[in-house]
Ligand binder design. Structure first.
Ligand code: KG4
Ligand code: ZN
Length: 342
């Protein structure tokens, strides 16, 4: 018989609810973004995010139930992001999930948001373990050997900013709006990537750690040096910055593969998280993967950025493995993927 899991997501600035079943069907998937609330501040304001989740999660749940034509009694378990993330939003979402689970008398599953991103390709493409994952979002940036459910080895990560954060900050420097990633990507299409030779931090270090704060500073200094920016200047900055990021990612993925091959043998390279929506990065990774005899897999754009289908699916995988959580599970602002093993 089919199992249906309700997923809830609220760890950053998206309030989301989704239902996924054990045949890997997404029966509904609702995301309510808060871009307008945060736009004046050119970044996510945690207190505003938490208050908006309080209102938006309930609306997302209503829309999710009507899109699926199911009622709450058709749900077998409730999975809610319980970390890592902005703690106010995480508390709102996990308390909401626990309340629904307890009213229904169904199990509650505390999902690690990063595990949600890590497992999305198993929902979309049924990718088998193990695989090499680049998880790149607004708050996280790491290479992970995904060995099995709950068994993750971090091979390298950023020493400072996450890639999405760097995209957001570069957009903010040019007053382009928020979130910056999609805007920079769009501007880069009309830009000359060779006009500015921005640094590729840690490029020559033979490991898969990354750093983006020096690159961000170099972009800021260039902007200050140019004074008043023309539209073409902004496009060229966007393209040159994106190219520097791509070059670092490709170099570091090569090193990550070397580490990965020492402990795993699966031939899939996966990118996920909001930055995985970037076509230039996806294409560069695809070319590299194919050159090295790997399959390249990335979720559809809609499932790269934050959503609750990935939370419902991670919940489903855990539920099917017999893992559920108590109502006393404490939401976590920090929750490393390597702490997942039960
Ligand atoms: O996974 P996500 O939705 O939320 C977090 O868990 O952080 O990722 C959001 C991040 C933002 O920093 C956003 O600018 C970035 O992903 N992003 C992109 C693109 N779309 C979203 N970065 C580069 N190119 C894109 N097309
Ligand atoms: Zn995320």
């Amino acid at each position: 018989m089919s199992i249906r899991i309700l997923g809830l997501e609220s760890s950053c600035d998206d309030s989301a609810a989704a239902i996924v079943d054990s045949q890997r069907n997404i029966l509904s998937n609702i995301v309510i973004a808060q871009d307008q609330e945060h736009k004046p501040y050119k970044g996510v304001v945690p207190e505003i995010a938490a208050r908006s989740h309080l209102i938006n999660l309930e609306i997302a749940l209503d829309r999710c139930m009507s899109q699926s034509s199911l009622s709450l009694s058709d749900i077998d378990a409730v999975a809610a992001t319980s970390g890592p993330g902005l703690i106010g939003g995480v508390i709102v979402g996990s308390m909401f999930g626990k309340a629904i689970a307890s009213v229904l008398g169904k199990p509650f599953i505390a999902v690690n948001h990063l595990e949600g991103h890590a497992l999305t390709v198993r929902l979309t493409d049924n990718v088998q373990f193990p695989y090499l994952l680049l998880l790149a979002s607004g708050g996280h940036c790491q290479f992970v050997a995904v060995k099995a459910l709950g068994d993750y080895k971090i091979l390298g990560s950023t020493l400072d900013d996450a890639i999405g954060e760097a995209f957001d900050k570069v957009a903010k420097m040019m007053n382009l709006g928020f979130p910056g990633g999609p805007i920079i990507e769009k501007m880069a299409i009309n830009g000359d990537a060779s006009r500015f030779d921005f640094p590729r931090p840690l490029y020559n270090q033979k490991n898969c750690d990354m750093s983006f704060s020096g690159l961000k500073t170099a972009v800021r200094l260039k902007i200050l040096g140019l004074g008043v920016l023309t539209q073409q200047d902004m496009c060229d900055i966007a393209a040159s910055f994106q190219k520097a990021v791509c070059d670092v990612i490709i170099r570091k993925t090569q090193h990550a593969i070397e580490y990965y091959e020492k402990i795993c043998d699966g031939k899939n390279i996966v990118v996920s998280g909001g930055v995985a929506a970037n076509s230039a990065i996806r294409n560069a990774l695809k070319v590299l993967s194919e050159c090295l005899g790997y399959n390249f897999v990335a979720p559809t754009t809609k499932l790269c950025t934050d959503n609750a289908a990935m939370i419902a699916f991670a919940g489903l995988e855990r539920f099917q493995a017999g893992i559920v959580d108590g109502m006393d599970f404490k939401p976590r602002a920090r929750w490393n993927l390597e702490e997942m093993q039960n």
